[in-house]
Design a protein around this ligand. Structure first.
Ligand code: HXC
Length: 510
């Protein structure tokens, strides 16, 4: 018996050694941790339950029969993050470049199936040379099976992709279908075809970093939702994110202990809005002053800064925040911000996370580039996403809410549950200057008349009271009491039950 146990331990040690000392050292030299080190950092200490440690591929071609490392280049299993169950796979670049074979794919599929069945998120740690070249179509089929599970799991369990090395070819499409993608600066990249193929086909000369590094995907393409300095930071930040999320669509988000009174008054908010309506202020200040303990987990921080998206907690409960940011392009809605906001709203809705919208929006961005880029279709995404979301929706207008953008930003007309406005709100078809120029074109040369018309328009519309008279705004509130008001609003909505008409699925403009 002792021998048998020793044999088991020897086999385990062989699997744990991955690609061996030399390859592990090479991995460390690139500033990357090993697949196992990453899993250890992601999960609570000692909580990892590994599966399929001895799985080996069955290929015999290209001399592969003599190279059958246990585990086949991916570590899979489950563990806990702050006590809550999470499934994980972590590709081991030191073993056959973390490449995906038939059996490697089967290991990933197994934990994805378990995650869906048992209702727990999947975190995929990607560090791979892509489809295992020696296996041909078998490895492509393995990817296909993973893709299909990504689709089936979408909206069932949260799926998070960590890109921590190369991610090339069709391999990028599994992460692309997950809820969040995070990269590590200077050591990860994603592209459909690498720099060499790009040069051959389009004659463009570009480095891997420029083509698909963290900065490219968080700032330009918006493929990635965030980037971290190194592997350690990446793992601790994904733990923080998981803390905000429900384990599946069968559960509500977790309620954490909180030490911040829901009745907290923030006097400073009474002077947040500058006297001059064209002067910006930082909407992030409002978000952090409303949140429990000032904690805001921002998603897509580096992309479309004119809209802010992320998670806060109110009375310990997760709330998704969508907020116009007057500091960037005056908080205007455009193609990028509408897409960013819409995807976030849809994530919140499929996982029962209530949505707080903070509105200061001068309208949609005009221009040829926007129209040619399809701002009509992309803007409609945000409109559609808000209108179809049945989670509790609370809206606070702080200043401008003009035109179509007023309707889009979680207005009463899109079935928001509670709509508040600060006394500084201006709810109208457009700002005074634009309106007067259209309504009183004949008087444009006469400064005195224009001033009088502008004053008349401002007196009528540069306030929230017309909307409040109609009931489109439920209450005009004091800025300093906003935290108390929104906490009470969400508390009143905890048992909200709203259904949309039956359909197979909707047809959101893509
Ligand atoms: C088999 C692979 C491999 C692969 C790497 N390796 N990629 N083995 N299949 N796809 C092996 C290498 O042979 C090497 O083995 C070890 O992993 C480390 O690779 P290196 O090249 O030495 O590492 P590095 O210099 O860091 O370069 C990493 C790399 C490069 C940029 C990822 O290996 C590379 O370009 N690989 C091929 C990428 C690719 O084209 N993949 C197919 C994409 S198409 P030894 O034994 O020498 O250490 C795809 C389709 C998916 O994925 C489709 C889904 C529908």
């Amino acid at each position: 018996m002792t021998d048998i146990l020793e044999q088991l331990e020897a086999r385990r040690a062989e699997a744990r050694a991955g690609g061996g000392e030399k390859r592990v050292a090479a991995q460390h030299a690139k500033g990357k941790l090993t697949a196992r080190e990453r899993v250890e950092l992601l999960l609570d200490e000692g909580s990892f339950e590994e599966y399929d440690m001895f799985v080996a591929h069955r290929t015999t071609e290209f001399g592969m029969a003599a190279n059958r490392p246990p585990g086949d280049g991916v570590i899979t299993g489950w563990g806990t993050v702050n006590g809550r169950q999470v499934y994980v796979y972590s590709q081991d670049f030191t073993v056959l470049g973390g490449s995906v074979s038939e059996t490697h794919g089967q290991k990933i599929c197994k934990i994805m199936d378990m995650a869906m069945q048992n209702g727990a998120p999947v975190v995929g740690i990607n560090d791979s040379g892509g489809a295992r070249i020696q296996e041909g179509v078998d490895s492509l089929a393995a990817y296909g099976e993973v893709f299909q599970r990504n689709i089936e799991a979408s909206g069932v369990v949260p799926q998070i992709s960590m890109i921590m090395g190369p991610c090339a070819g069709g391999a990028v499409y599994s992460p692309a279908m997950t809820d969040f993608i995070f990269m590590v600066k200077d050591s990860s990249y994603m592209f459909v075809t690498g720099p060499d193929v790009v040069k051959t086909v389009t004659n463009e000369v570009v480095t891997a970093e420029e083509l698909g590094g963290a900065s490219t995907h968080t700032r330009k393409s918006s493929v990635a939702d965030g980037a971290f300095e190194n592997d350690v930071e990446a793992m601790s930040e994904v733990r923080r994110l998981i803390d905000f999320l429900p384990l599946s669509n069968r559960e509500k988000p977790p309620v954490r202990p909180f030490f911040d009174s829901p009745d907290r008054i923030e006097e400073s908010l009474d002077t947040l809005i500058p006297d001059n309506p064209n002067q910006p202020y930082d909407m992030k200040e409002l978000i952090t002053k409303l949140a429990d303990e000032g904690d805001f987990y921002e998603i897509q921080e580096d992309f479309a800064g004119n809209i802010l998206t992320g998670f806060i907690r109110l009375e310990g409960q997760t709330v998704g925040v969508v907020a116009n940011q007057p500091m960037v392009l005056a908080g205007v809605l455009d193609i990028d911000s509408a897409r960013k906001g819409a995807r976030f709203v849809r994530f919140c809705d499929c996982f029962e996370i209530p949505i707080l919208s903070l509105v200061d929006v001068p309208g949609f961005l005009p221009g040829v580039t926007q129209e040619y880029g399809g701002v009509i279709k992309h803007g409609a995404k945000l409109l559609f996403a808000y209108g179809e979301a049945t989670v509790p929706k609370v809206t606070v207008i702080t200043r401008k809410a003009y035109g179509g953008a007023y309707v889009v930003m979680s207005s009463k007309h899109l079935r928001a549950d509670v709509n508040y406005a600060w006394p500084t709100s201006e709810i109208a078809v457009m700002g005074a200057k634009g309106a007067v120029e259209i309504l009183h074109r004949a008087d444009l040369g006469d400064a005195e008349k224009i001033a009088a018309h502008t004053k008349e328009y401002e007196d009528r519309f540069a306030n929230p009271f017309v909307a409040a008279e109609r009931g489109h705004i439920d209450e005009v509130i004091q800025p300093h009491s906003t935290r108390r008001r929104i906490c009470r609003a969400f508390a009143a909505l905890r048992r909200k039950d709203k259904k949309m008409p039956w359909k197979k699925h909707d047809n959101i403009p893509l």
